[in-house]
Design a protein around this ligand. Sequence first.
Ligand code: ZN
Ligand code: ZN
Length: 155
Amino acid sequence: MENWTPIFQRIAGWEQYIRQTGARFRCSLCRRTWPSNKVIVLFHFYLDNNTHEGIVKVRPYRQNCKICTDAPMEEPSFEMHYIEILMENLVKNIRKKCYRDVFDEQPRDYAGVDVDSPHEPEHCEGCIHGVCNRDDQPRPAGRGGARGRGRGYRR
Ligand SMILES: [Zn+2]
Ligand SMILES: [Zn+2]
């Protein structure tokens, strides 16, 4: 995966698509794992109208361990099912933006993973960079009660 800074900005000529999904993280220091339903995946894509070749860049936002000090940011690992949903939505978004295809239905939603603790903004790259709540999809039916507990939080 290409290394690029996770800054929320448009690249000239590139389309941008942001999705939120569920994934698991593993701390490389203490080996503990945790699930999250607030995993932001940022896509940048570009279609060259002359060659008809497209490029898609994918950047998942990372999280780090809340127990270890100086824990490094970890990449999420996605179950295949979540990747499939992301790809399905991405392809539709590309067709819409690059090929002007029209779709009536909303992006396909994902079933949330079981989360046992509230989202930790200070350990989430998406929150740090202000993208965590910027997607336009409804929240997954909050199993584990993560929904209510996050309320009232203001950056
Ligand atoms: Zn840790
Ligand atoms: Zn976040």
